[in-house]
Ligand binder design. Structure first.
Ligand code: NAP
Length: 248
């Protein structure tokens, strides 16, 4: 079936997705492309990015690859990425933060200090640097949306969630701070708590066969599209809960 891109919710938009070859990143990138966006796929594994590129290009507008390891990337690397987006498109309409580092449930007492720092860095510092770098090019859009995917704070406040869990609290704080600073400008920010999804990340904490609550990340992809589209303005500054296009 051919897509009428002018009628699609993300028609003409340029959307940058981090963690693009992850579980939700893959589903959301495909959904954004189906919704008419040009998607910039950011991730650290080139082969997986290429596979995702080909899968999207076969049915939707071809995406663009941007391989980058956020663990070692500097603010200058993010500035370069933002500049390239500006040079190529003249604006950025959406930034979807899906990258996350979680290596399994471990008591703080036994956590490798470097692993703790890495999870916090990928969860908070790196996405903050990326957002900072992208703000000037996001301001070139009439309606830009920055979305941080966050986990259930009640769950990750429990034992053993380590740096990943701590970072989730900080991400919610970041949504609040950015919202207070950006106010009702053309750049809005929101969080999305998608609920449990069957992904590589989830499999590191739960045994697959017994994990009945988790759903396919495709169920949350429409919620990402909604928050990145003009309809997402309703959730400005909020942590939206939801999946399958039914945001609360
Ligand atoms: N799964 C759930 O139940 C659930 C529930 C609530 C919220 N979330 C949130 O949903 C988002 C997506 O998670 P997911 O479940 O889809 O997990 P996932 O499949 O593990 O995806 C996470 C992505 O982040 C990437 N990443 C990790 N370290 C990176 C680095 N140094 N540089 C660049 N990319 C890096 C991973 O790349 P590699 O594949 O190379 O490691 C992967 O592509 C996360 O923000 C997570 O907190 C998930």
């Amino acid at each position: 079936m051919s897509v009428d891109y002018d009628q699609a919710p993300l028609a003409g938009r340029v959307i940058l997705v981090t963690g693009a070859h992850g579980g939700l990143g893959t589903a959301a990138s495909k959904a954004c492309a189906r919704a008419g966006a040009t998607v910039v796929l950011m991730g650290r594994r080139v082969r997986q990015l290429e596979r995702l590129h080909d899968a999207i290009a076969a049915v939707s507008k071809a995406p663009v690859l941007y391989p980058l390891d956020m663990e070692g990337a500097s603010p200058d690397d993010y500035n370069e990425l933002a500049q390239r987006i500006d040079d190529n498109y003249g604006r950025l309409d959406g930034l979807l933060h899906c990258a996350a580092d979680f290596r399994g449930l471990t008591p703080i007492e036994h956590t490798d200090p470097a692993a703790f720092a890495r999870s916090v860095h990928i969860g908070v510092t790196a996405p903050t640097w990326l957002t900072q770098a992208c703000l000037p090019v996001l301001r070139k859009s009439k309606d830009a949306s920055v979305v941080f995917v966050v986990d259930d704070l009640t769950r990750v406040s429990g034992a053993y969630w380590g740096g990943y869990g701590v970072a989730q609290h900080a991400r919610v704080g970041l949504v609040s701070t950015l919202h207070a600073e950006l106010g009702k400008t053309s750049v809005r920010v929101a969080g999305l708590q998608p609920g449990p999804m069957r992904t590589g990340l989830r499999a590191k904490a739960f045994v697959d066969d017994m994990d009945r609550d988790a759903r396919d990340p495709a169920f949350a992809a429409d919620a990402c599209v909604e928050l990145l589209s003009p309809a997402g303005a309703e959730y400005r500054g909020e942590i939206a809960q939801g999946a399958s296009g039914s945001l609360e």
